[in-house]
Design a protein around this ligand. Structure first.
Ligand code: HEC
Ligand code: HEC
Length: 204
């Protein structure tokens, strides 16, 4: 926990340094300081650097728009960020476009990804990549979320395992494995959810 707090103190120092640098109009290296130049960057610079540095966003693995939207809402609702409701969509668009999932790191499209009509458990890794699940999960090691292997073990003899995983993917959740929150993924289709659940439940 104390490590996290040190991070926030460090973040405050970075913000302080950035304010000075901007006043002097010094070009900062792209990986520090402000958000990438794009439509909406001014909102992100105004709203997201109040409490922590841009690294909190930059160091996230590329994430789908649903992740960024729920991340903005989490800052708003859980941490009290003073983000007006009418800026949430613009921020989600901006973050998905600049820090989103796309082929070869290209900006993600504004719309939700085209749903796959049919999917099999062997598509699990592909789907987990498509929706950014690997940003928080690994098959054998706990990351932000539990290891898929541990989820499979927990649900080994639970008849309602599919129902619970379906619910977790579409609605998100927390408190079953710890205090961390999994954001909802409403855009994952029924076929994809089934394939992901079967793949996760088969993880060893
Ligand atoms: C009122 C303060 C505040 C504001 C404003 C704020 N955040 Fe945060 N943010 C936090 C706190 C507190 C944490 C958790 C810090 C920790 O665990 O070390 C956090 C963590 C994060 C993380 C890391 C993942 C996570 O969920 O813990 C991301 C990504 C993030 N913020 C994005 C944003 C974005 C994008 C904005 C602007 C829309 C923003 N933040 C504005 C307080 C804020
Ligand atoms: C931002 C981080 C994050 C992302 C992205 C994420 N998860 Fe999670 N996931 C978590 C956390 C944290 C938990 C533990 C929540 C809890 O304690 O209830 C979790 C739990 C789970 C569980 C266990 C549910 C249960 O009933 O025990 C499953 C299954 C799961 N995730 C699947 C997925 C899939 C599939 C994706 C991609 C579509 C995904 N996760 C994306 C963080 C994430």
């Amino acid at each position: 926990m104390s490590g996290r707090f040190r991070n926030l103190v460090l973040a405050a120092a970075v913000i302080g340094g950035m304010t000075c640098a901007m006043a002097l109009d010094i070009q900062l290296p792209p990986e520090t300081g402000a958000f990438k130049q794009d439509r909406g960057a001014e909102i992100a610079n105004g709203q997201c650097l109040i409490c922590h540095s841009v690294e909190y966003v930059v160091l996230q693995p590329p994430m789908p728009r649903a992740f960024w939207k729920s991340s903005v809402q989490k800052m708003q609702q859980k941490y009290g960020a003073p983000i007006p409701d009418d800026q949430v969509e613009a921020l989600a668009d901006y973050l998905a476009r600049n820090y989103g999932v796309g082929p070869n790191g290209a900006p993600a499209p504004l719309e939700a990804p085209v749903p796959t009509q049919s999917a099999a458990p062997s598509d699990g890794p592909k789907l987990a990549t498509k929706y950014g699940c690997f940003g928080c999960h690994n098959v054998t090691v706990k990351v932000v979320g539990p290891a898929y292997r541990d989820i499979a073990a927990k649900y080994k003899s639970d008849a309602d395992a599919f129902g619970k995983i379906d619910q977790q993917i579409h609605k998100g959740g927390s408190g079953k494995w710890g205090p961390m929150i999994m954001p909802p993924f409403p855009q994952v289709t029924a076929a994809e959810t089934k394939a992901l659940a079967e793949w996760i439940l088969g993880a060893k």
